[in-house]
Design a protein around this ligand. Structure first.
Ligand SMILES: Cc1cc2nc3c(=O)[nH]c(=O)nc-3n(C[C@H](O)[C@H](O)[C@H](O)COP(=O)(O)O)c2cc1C
Length: 217
């Protein structure tokens, strides 16, 4: 726990020094994969999916949560865009306790593991635009999300990443997603401070609304 605390303290210091805001939306990645482009809203021939991974239990800065931070943001995006949702669930659930979970996630990242997911989506083919949401884990996309991305065909899709985090922002995850889905068009993502989803939902709504408007929704 000491190590994790130190990590976030260091992160906070870097953010403070660099003058980043502390609102619900944090900085975007320095290297957005694509310039934002308007995309169509859900219609019969153009379907939208919000695909996400999120964890409940003891979480950084918010105590014990029964709905994950990313899940809250994902559901709101789906409501605003009329999208379908699909939750990526790990075959082996992560511990509810925060510290053991961080240890497992760290080992998975260090070994670049591909932990199995519980079940796959029936048909990805029907969707043109896919929002992909996840918590930042050790400055990266959780490995189980990478397993899911690599197991499915995202060729020709427009991918719109979003994350929740404790201070890191998107942390280069747009690039990770673009690398995992080389024939997809990956747009600039949205980063939401995780605790805002639990404690300041109106601020999250405001940031998501502004982002969706920019995207043409
Ligand atoms: C295993 C683990 C690693 C994390 N690593 C980071 C990190 O590197 N940077 C960061 O800003 N937040 C980190 N966090 C905090 C989460 O990104 C943040 O609380 C997020 O909103 C959790 O979303 P969820 O409730 O949807 O799982 C980490 C949390 C966990 C559980």
């Amino acid at each position: 726990m000491k190590y994790v605390k130190k990590f976030f303290l260091l992160l906070l210091m870097i953010l403070t020094v660099s003058g980043c805001g502390v609102g619900s939306q944090d900085k975007k990645s320095a290297e957005p994969a694509e310039v934002k482009a308007p995309v169509a809203t859900q219609s019969a021939d153009k379907k939208i999916l919000v695909l996400y991974f999120s964890r409940t239990g003891e979480e950084y800065n918010v105590g014990n949560i029964t709905k994950g931070n990313t899940a809250i943001v994902a559901e709101y995006i789906a409501k605003k865009t009329g999208a379908d949702t699909f939750e990526i669930k790990p075959a082996k659930p992560y511990p509810d306790a925060y510290e053991p979970c961080t240890e497992i996630a760290k080992q998975e990242l260090e070994s670049n593991a591909r932990p199995a997911f519980a079940s796959n989506i029936d048909s990805l083919a029907q969707y043109d635009t896919i929002f992909i949401g996840f918590p930042i884990w050790w400055g990266a996309v959780p490995r189980v999300v990478m397993t899911f991305l690599e197991a499915n065909d995202f060729n020709g899709k427009t991918i719109v990443p979003f994350c929740t985090h404790g201070g890191s922002g998107l942390a280069g995850t747009e690039r990770e997603i673009a690398d995992a889905c080389p024939n997809a068009k990956v747009l600039s993502g949205l980063a939401i401070v995780g605790k805002s989803a639990q404690k300041d939902f109106p601020a999250v709504q405001k940031d998501v609304d502004a982002w969706l408007t920019q995207l043409g929704y």
